[in-house]
Each structure stands twice: as C-alpha cells, then as structure tokens.
Design a protein around this ligand. Structure first.
Ligand code: MN
Length: 278
C-alpha cells in the first residue's frame, strides 16, 4: 500500500481528531481544495483521478506526491449518492487522507440523523431517502462524523483559510459554536437578489485580510479571485462542474457533471449568457 507521504496511514479516531482540528497552521500543503459535492460521487472520483490520486487497497484515494484533499463541505443533498460521498470522505478523514469542513447542508443532515423533524427542503429529501434505507449503525456513524466537522481550517502558518461560506478575518482561528455556525451557514440574503455572492458573503467586498480564503456555498460559473478570496462551488449538482483549487499553485482543475441532478432556481453568477456557454 502507498503510504501518504504527509500523514501516517489510518489510525482511526486519532486521525479523525487530528484532521478535524481547526488549527492546521503546521500543514503547508500542497492542498487540493474541493468544492460542494452534494452527492456527486462519480464526479468526486473523476476529479481525484484527474488530480493524479490513486486508490489504495482500502479504496481510499491518495496522492502519490503527498497532496492533501480538503473539502469545503456540503457533501450531501440534491445529488444521487450522498451516502457514498459521506462514506468516502469519512474514511479518507479517518485515515489521515483528507480534511473537511462543515457546510450548511451537512449540519442539517446531522440534525435529521439525530432525530430532529425537519422540513425536507433544499434537497434534504434525497439524503433522507438514502439514509432511511441504511442501517442504524451507518446513520449513527455519519451523524457522528458530520457533527465533528470543524467550521473552518487555518493552514500554512495562517496564510490559508478554508470555510464553507468563508469567514471575516477577525474570526480566523476562533473556535466557538457561533463562529462554526456562521462559517457553515453564512449570512442569509433575502433570497431574491441574484447577486448571491454579495448577499450571502457580504464580508468579501471589504475583505483586506492577509490570509487567502477559499469557500463554496454559492454556485458560480467561474471561480474567480476577489480580495484574496475565491468561491469554488461551480454547481456540479446543477449540471455544471466539480472544481478543485490547487494550493499553493492557485490553479483550478475541474471535471464536468455527468448530468443535471437538480434545477437551480436562481441564476449562476455571472448569469448565463455573460460567459461562453459550455
Ligand atoms: Mn452547497
């Protein structure tokens, strides 16, 4: 088996605890930061293969050159294989082979798995249908994993921050439930302004932090830098692409969605028609 050059191979709970700690300033990468998955299991496998990863004898993807995948969250909802995505990401984290932060959809799924009665909106219905067909053990394992996800990471001596909706600079490194909640859920816009990036991530317009901040949450047609921040959710579940940001290279690698799994009610940014169609 190929050993991960950066981190030791699987030691179960210790690896999970290590990989899900917020403070990762001692890790300098290189990283492959991967956008919202929403159950797009085939595209996840295709992207990791495209990035040069290979599967070991436990079907865990590892980089032969010591790169570390980091997921920006939203593993579940809307797509075809949320359970498979959670299972793979969980096994990678438990083997020291990936990191993952909490997205708003992951926290909702955790609450459902914990027995809360929630309206089955925003794609939660697909995740519920999948988990209801699984054993209690599988559901409990997923719930514990999703509940342990950190709200954000600090990497590379504090120069790189990864959070599902991003995070204003004064909150980098703040490890409290409120900041975790803010990082995962962001600021709720009015739901009608098509300029989602501004209403859902209002801090970005004035961001002057030294750290580069990588986030997901809001689908965009093209991942572009703005004030040292970049959103890499390129709407795979809506039929567009799954994207990784390679760090420190700052290059983008994408694979196309196999199909349209869900319909986006609001337009992508920039609105279709303002960029070349695919
Ligand atoms: Mn999302």
């Amino acid at each position: 088996m190929t050993r991960h050059p950066v981190l030791p191979a699987g030691d179960g709970r210790d690896a999970r605890r290590r990989m899900l700690a917020l403070d990762q300033r001692h890790l300098s990468g290189p990283f492959d930061i991967i956008g919202d998955l929403h159950g797009c299991f085939n595209e996840l496998n295709a992207l990791l293969a495209t990035l040069g990863y290979t599967r070991d004898d436990r079907a865990i993807w590892r980089s032969p050159t010591g790169r570390l995948p980091v997921f920006v969250g939203d593993l579940v909802d809307r797509g075809p294989a949320s359970v498979a995505v959670v299972d793979l990401v969980m096994r990678m984290v438990d083997n020291g082979a990936a990191g993952c932060v909490a997205g708003n959809h992951d926290l909702k799924a955790e609450r459902y798995l914990g027995g809360e009665a929630l309206p089955l909106l925003y794609g939660l219905d697909t995740t519920v249908a999948e988990f209801d067909a699984e054993s209690a053990e599988t559901r409990d394992r997923a719930r514990a994993f999703l509940g342990a996800l950190p709200g954000h990471y600090r990497f590379d001596d504090g120069r790189l921050v990864v959070a599902h909706t991003g995070l204003p600079e004064p909150l980098h490194g703040v490890d409290t439930p409120d900041v975790r909640d803010l990082a995962a859920n962001g600021t709720h816009g009015d739901g009608v302004d098509p300029r989602d990036v501004d209403t859902r991530h209002p801090w970005i317009a004035d961001y002057t932090g030294a750290a580069h901040v990588v986030y997901g949450h809001t689908p965009v047609l093209e991942a572009t830098w703005r004030n040292r921040t970049i959103g890499i959710d390129t709407g795979c579940v809506f039929g567009w692409r799954l994207t990784a940001l390679r760090w420190p290279e700052a290059t983008l690698v994408s694979v196309p969605a196999e199909r349209i799994y869900a319909t986006r009610r609001r337009p992508f940014l920039p609105e279709p028609g303002t960029v070349p169609s695919r």
